[in-house]
Design a protein around this ligand. Structure first.
Ligand SMILES: Nc1nc2c(ncn2[C@@H]2O[C@H](COP(=O)(O)OP(=O)(O)O)[C@@H](O)[C@H]2O)c(=O)[nH]1
Ligand SMILES: [Mg+2]
Length: 409
């Protein structure tokens, strides 16, 4: 009987132990399968999320970039930003190369296009690869088209140099290089005239028959049409016909012609004309001169004297001393021009009769050797046949395609 509480205690302890054993076993396997079940879910989840954020991170910038770049914002931004940039550089070419001018020029330069340029083009036509003989062929065409020895050699030297550096891959590249050379040579900067008061005094010089008087008439017509008051000085006092010729132009444009008696001192006429043009508030005074070539020294001395006298009548005048050259006289034109440049401070050249020569290459030679800018070119005898010289237009008219060619291309 005394053992009864002990037996009851043992039974209770066994029961409690059994109970705990049963429930712990049940509780363990339950969380166990729960843990592996929930573990894979959260574990791969973070694992998948971990690389996932990486992928999105990589693809995020890629995906959004094209989608942002391609559609509106960047393009709109680029367009907005590039407008001034595109406008600025492309705003420059139009005033330099105008289609209208080029078409007219092309017509006026038809003889040179059919001569010099056609011969140049023939060297390139139908060939893509550069023939080693190309430079010799170019040399021959340039020399026989009055480009002049010095300029021809200088151009060839530069082409050879670029070929050796493999910068010119095919004939197209050589043609482009030739065109660039021409543009470079013809782009001589125009000196800025230092003038403080009216009128602009222009002294026209050159040998007999090159077109001085005609060019004066053409310029007078042009400036008159621009609303400028023009006065003319008949500085060629040696031929009555020269004075009459100027008077015809004067009448045509309503410009006063200041003249002396036949055989008068040209300096005196120029002096009087300059004074008159100042007093009469003319905008422009164009001074014609004689171009006798009996003795070159005399001619130069005489023109120098005329120039000096004009300066005495108006400080700083003449503002322009323009040498007129007949393009049809080829290498002679170059020799003459060099003589005039030596004697006078030339501010520009006018090449006349380019309509009458197939050898317009002379412009390159004259410009290159003298480093005096061409200001006007004469493409015929009529007033409207004088054109302001724009290097890019001129080069385009010579090297560019015909309208027909351009349309066919
Ligand atoms: N075809 C053509 N003839 C011209 C041009 N400029 C002048 N002439 C002609 O060349 C000749 C001589 O011109 P002129 O002005 O008397 O020369 P100047 O002696 O230098 O004054 C004239 O018959 C002009 O009509 C031109 O650009 N083209
Ligand atoms: Mg004359």
């Amino acid at each position: 009987m005394d053992n009864l509480p002990i037996v009851i205690g043992v039974v209770v302890v066994v029961a409690v132990l059994a109970y705990f054993l049963f429930f712990r076993k049940k509780a363990l396997p339950e969380p166990a399968p729960k843990t592996p079940e929930s573990a894979p879910t959260p574990a791969p989840a973070p694992k998948a999320e971990a690389p996932a954020p990486k992928k999105p991170e990589v693809s995020a910038p890629v995906a959004p970039t094209p989608s942002v770049e391609a559609p509106p914002p960047p393009e709109a931004a680029a367009a907005e930003e590039s407008v001034p940039e595109i406008v600025a550089p492309s705003a420059e070419p139009p005033p330099v190369v105008s289609k209208k001018d080029v078409a007219g020029l092309r017509k006026g330069l038809a003889a040179t296009r059919g001569g010099f340029m056609a011969r140049l083009k023939a060297i390139f036509t139908g060939k893509k690869e550069i023939d080693p003989a190309i430079l010799e062929q170019l040399e021959e065409v340039m020399l026989t088209s009055d480009v002049g020895v010095k300029t021809t050699q200088a151009i060839l030297e530069r082409l050879r140099d670029r070929m050796n550096k493999s910068e010119l891959a095919d004939t197209d590249a050589v043609w482009a290089a030739l065109r660039a050379e021409a543009t470079r040579i013809l782009s001589v900067p125009v000196p800025t005239a230092k003038r403080t008061s009216k009128p602009l005094v222009v002294l026209m010089v050159g040998v007999n028959g090159v077109g001085k008087t005609t060019t004066i008439g053409k310029l007078a017509t042009k400036w008159n049409a621009d609303g400028k008051s023009v006065m003319l000085a008949a500085g060629d006092t040696f031929r009555a016909a020269a004075v009459q010729q100027l008077e015809v132009w004067g009448k045509r444009v309503g410009a006063e012609v200041v003249k002396g008696k036949e055989g008068a001192d040209p300096g005196a006429v120029a002096f009087e004309a300059t004074k008159k043009s100042v007093d009469g508030q003319a905008d422009v005074l164009l001074v014609d001169t004689a171009g006798r070539l009996h003795t070159k020294v005399n001619l130069m001395d005489e023109i120098k004297k005329v120039k000096k006298t004009i300066g005495k009548a108006l400080d700083g005048a003449p503002h322009e001393t323009l040498l007129v050259i007949d393009a049809t006289t080829g290498q002679n034109a170059l020799t003459q021009a060099a003589l005039f440049k030596e004697a006078l401070e030339l501010t520009g050249l006018i090449l006349t009769k380019l309509d009458g020569t197939a050898k317009g290459g002379v412009v390159l030679g004259v410009c290159d050797e003298l480093k005096v800018p061409v200001r006007y070119i004469g493409l015929g005898e009529r007033a409207e046949d004088l054109r302001e010289f724009v290097a890019a237009d001129f080069v385009e008219a010579l090297f560019g395609k015909d309208d027909d060619e351009a349309a066919a291309a």
